[in-house]
Design a protein around this ligand. Structure first.
Ligand code: BMA
Length: 862
């Protein structure tokens, strides 16, 4: 509808409806009248996304570029460079980060747009050292990838054709020069980058390539308005019995004195509530009461209802000047720290209910950020929910994520622990200009993200307190004095002012009592537990850790063969080759995987089996840790393993590889993060197995636990079980099996314990315990029978049964991909397992059968 026509109609109606004065009114009543108002929006927007030109410094060759995007994305699309993820191509592409690049384009400008009171160029993200030139005039220079910029361009724009250019200096060269002036201590990153506010892991990490890029990485466009616009929206929630009061604060920026009004409308399903007020000054608070609110809950605790809040700004004629919407969830979500018998609690409470945080750490999901899509975000967040996670920590060496990430977390009930982007380095907080820049960055991102119901915590940094801070600046540390300026003052102040309903935590890990340097004190705070892997301790070490919240711990594996084939040639396929070591960034990497592997398993026969076995090993390590900490609830109230995802195909701690394939760990996480978990804790010396049941459910259940003790042939030696009252949000030992005599008679190498927990006749959790390392079990050829049936929705049901025990049995499709309802399962004679396979692309029954293979532990070495 043309603006002018709509405007006339609104004025006409307002003329005949003089009783519309902009007093507060709970306005379902005036909804009808308001509906007559002008629907259009006076605020004008002109996107500058789309096709731009890209030129390398010193070159005259023009490449077509895509905005939002980045130089790597553009060079790849233009087929000017080889795939950086293939073999060691990364090495020959370093020139890209060492040079400058210019993006440019022309765009038209109408008189109507130009005639507005104010016109801004809005850049949602520039990566990073940018000089913006508009019609030959330098508008600005920017130096922070994480900030949103707005520049007044009214006087620089002309009617008709305009030209914009954005030149990016080399971030790598800049960083090296700054580091040469004064070196800042750091870990895990091959190149220093703490002087520049740019994705730290873009310079490489101990799981990521160094692909230093540049570009207009988020939306860019022009915004024009007359009279006034909405500058900022902040929604606070007050939860009372059966009622939630929303306090919606709108800040307005006006170009002329005018009688303005603002209206807030909240919609949920068919219900609408709204309020309208005249604006005095530049702020207005719009209170709204929501009766019988439907609360938002993390995954597994309830639903994720989302309410839409619409805020409109009107001029005195009733014309709508601006409109903003936010999608919110009604909940309280706090970090609860109170003194208790172990020290100080560290637990999250949602709607007043403490819950155990189950999840992982998130890193940027592609080393070329412009290759991320909404669908990829959606899938990864759905994968988290599918494996019973309820929290992700966005680790501070990456980015403040794309809006889509938080939207999907809102929808799936995945709480977000958000680090500010500072990781594993000392930062130049002695420089007031750096602090000013960082303050603006923090404000931008807190404002952008605070309305998401998923936001659970703001955290200052990753691992700086774990050794990077000391009494004074030195070759290895920064001073506490300079550290505190940013992490004890600036950032908490921003959070307190802009998002007072979310907690701030200075660092991960951090211990809030006593000497901060001792960041691994178990009685309080959060912990990064790297005794396994970096410390080379055995997996059993996890069981000695009694920390309150475990925000990092991990173990590596290789991606599966199909993924490895995407970056290797046939001759590379040995874990010690140059290419396989190139796709391994932890200094102790492949050697450490192999060392632990031989502690637990027999030497695999070939390359593919080495890859698969590494995944089983990794899953076992993290299962050890997570089951132990879930059993320790409420002393320990969270496990976020390192790490969920990968940014390129690489050996790493991830549970989902860079192509979205679930590793064995992700399937195992689904089991060890199950809402009700049954687990066994063996003690060979005492000859006992404690059986524990842990529930994260909100209500109690009645269950039936059964156990079967077999020899390695699967012959039943003993069995038993009992009814269990499963209390909500509790963990307890429900039984202790005394097997000393049997162990003495049979020996530890010939025993297997199979545990099952059913609720309402349905198995909700199974577990498996051995008394010897799997390498010492004399497994027999299992004789697995596989039956495949087609289901209606294009999925397949795979029924597995076996003659002899088959451990970590896994399904694999040769030339296709599928997500399995379960995988890496233990099969016992007489007890069949059904797995549902959802192929990624349609697959006929014949092709499904032809591509399916079933393997188990014994196949890795026989
Ligand atoms: C953690 C992280 C990362 C690192 C990982 C594995 O501590 O914070 O810096 O990638 O360890 O070493």
């Amino acid at each position: 509808m043309p603006e002018s026509k709509e405007g006339c109609r609104a004025q006409f109606l307002l003329f005949y409806l003089p009783h519309i004065c902009f007093n507060v009114s709970f306005t379902d009543r005036i909804d009808g009248i308001i509906a007559l108002r002008k629907r259009g929006l006076k605020m004008k927007k002109q996107s500058l996304n789309g096709r731009w030109m890209l030129i390398q410094d010193g070159s005259s060759e023009k490449l077509e570029a895509n905005v939002p995007g980045d130089v790597y994305g553009d060079l790849l699309r233009a087929e000017r460079i080889a795939d950086p993820y293939y073999r060691d191509n990364e090495n020959s592409l370093q020139w890209i980060g060492e040079t400058g690049w210019t993006y440019s384009r022309e765009f038209g400008m109408s008189e109507g747009f130009l005639s507005q009171d104010r016109i801004f160029l809005r850049c949602e993200g520039l990566d990073t050292l940018a000089t913006i030139t508009l019609n030959g005039r330098i508008l600005a220079q920017t130096d922070n990838m994480f900030r949103q910029w707005a520049f007044d361009v009214k006087d620089t724009l002309v009617k008709g054709s305009n030209r914009i250019e954005i030149h990016f200096d080399s971030a790598a060269v800049y960083s090296q020069e700054k580091m040469a002036e004064r070196r800042l201590p750091q870990w895990d990153q091959p190149m220093g980058n703490a002087y520049i506010r740019k994705e730290p892991c873009n310079f490489g990490w101990d799981w990521g390539p160094c692909l230093v890029t540049a570009g207009i990485w988020r939306d860019i466009g022009l915004v024009a308005y007359t009279t006034a616009r909405l500058d900022d929206i902040h929604i606070l929630q007050q939860h009372r019995k059966e009622v939630v009061v929303l306090k919606i604060d709108a800040t307005v920026e006006a170009t002329q004195a005018s009688k303005l009004s603002a209206r807030a409308t909240v919609r949920y399903k068919g219900d609408v509530v709204s309020v309208e007020k005249t604006i005095k000054g530049s702020n207005v608070r719009l209170p709204l009461t929501i009766e019988d609110p439907e609360l938002w809950w993390p995954n597994g605790m309830g639903k994720q209802p989302l309410y839409t809040v619409k805020i409109e700004l009107f001029d005195e004629h009733g014309s709508r000047l601006d409109l903003q919407t936010r999608r919110i969830g009604l909940r309280t979500l706090r970090l609860d720290r109170h003194k208790d018998r172990w020290g100080e609690s560290f637990q999250f409470k949602v709607n007043g209910v403490p819950f155990f945080a189950k999840g992982a750490n998130w890193i940027p999901a592609d080393a070329v950020l412009s290759h991320m899509t909404r669908d990829r975000y959606k899938q990864l967040i759905a994968d988290c929910a599918a494996s019973n996670m309820n929290m992700l920590r966005i680790w501070g060496g990456g980015i403040y994520e794309d809006d889509a990430f938080y939207q999907f977390c809102d929808e799936k009930g995945i709480c977000v622990w958000q680090d500010f982007v500072f990781a594993c380095a000392a930062y130049p907080t002695f420089d007031p200009a750096f602090l000013k820049n960082v303050r603006a960055e923090a404000e931008d991102n807190v404002r952008r993200l605070r309305h998401h119901p998923c936001i659970a915590l703001w955290c200052g940094n990753n691992e700086m307190e774990a050794g990077l801070v000391g009494d004074a600046w030195s070759d290895t540390q920064m001073s506490w004095k300079d550290y505190k300026k940013l992490f004890d003052k600036l950032l908490p102040d921003v959070v307190e002012r802009l998002d007072p309903q979310t907690d701030y935590w200075p660092s991960s890990p951090h211990t809030p009592v006593g000497d901060r340097m001792k960041s691994y004190l178990p009685g309080s705070g959060d912990a990064h537990l790297w005794g396994v892997w970096h410390g080379q301790r055995p997996f059993e070490w996890f069981r000695t850790c009694r920390h309150r919240f475990n925000s990092e711990f991990g173990f590596q594996s290789f991606p599966e063969p199909k993924t490895v084939r995407t970056y290797t040639t046939a001759t590379d396929r040995n874990v010690t080759t140059h290419v396989m070591e190139h796709h391994q960034r932890s200094g102790i990497g492949n050697t450490t995987i192999m060392r632990y592997m031989l502690d637990w398993f027999r030497l695999p026969t070939d390359f593919d089996m080495t890859l698969w076995l590494s995944q089983i090993l990794q899953g076992m390590a993290i299962k050890y840790a997570c089951e132990h900490w879930r059993r320790s609830m409420p002393r320990g109230m969270g496990t976020l393993y390192w790490q969920l995802n990968d940014c390129w195909p690489v050996a790493s701690w991830a549970s989902i590889d860079s192509l979205g394939r679930w590793k064995a760990l992700h399937y195992m996480a689904k089991a060890f993060y199950a809402p009700i978990l049954v687990s066994g804790l063996e003690d060979n010396e005492k000859g006992t197995v404690e059986i524990h049941v842990t529930s994260d459910l909100m209500a109690s259940r009645k269950g039936q636990m059964s156990w079967v003790l077999t020899d390695v042939q699967g012959k039943i030696i003993d069995q038993g079980g009992k009814g269990v009252d499963i209390a909500p949000r509790k963990s307890r030992r429900i039984d202790t099996l005394r097997l000393k005599k049997t162990i003495e008679e049979k020996g530890v190498r010939d025993l297997m314990l199979w545990i099952d927990l059913t609720v309402g006749g349905k198995s909700v959790s199974t577990n498996f315990v051995t008394f010897a390392r799997p390498k010492h079990l004399e497994l027999q050829s299992p004789g697995i029978t596989t039956r495949v049936g087609k289901l209606k929705n294009g999925s397949y049901k795979v029924s597995l049964s076996t003659k002899k025990p088959a451990l970590w049995t896994w399904l694999e499709l040769d030339n296709a991909d599928a997500q399995f309802s379960d995988n890496f399962v233990h099969l016992r004679p007489g007890s069949a397992v059904d797995i549902i396979a959802h192929p990624t692309d349609t697959l006929s029954l014949k092709d499904f059968r032809a591509n399916l293979s079933v393997s188990s532990l014994i196949d890795t070495y026989r």
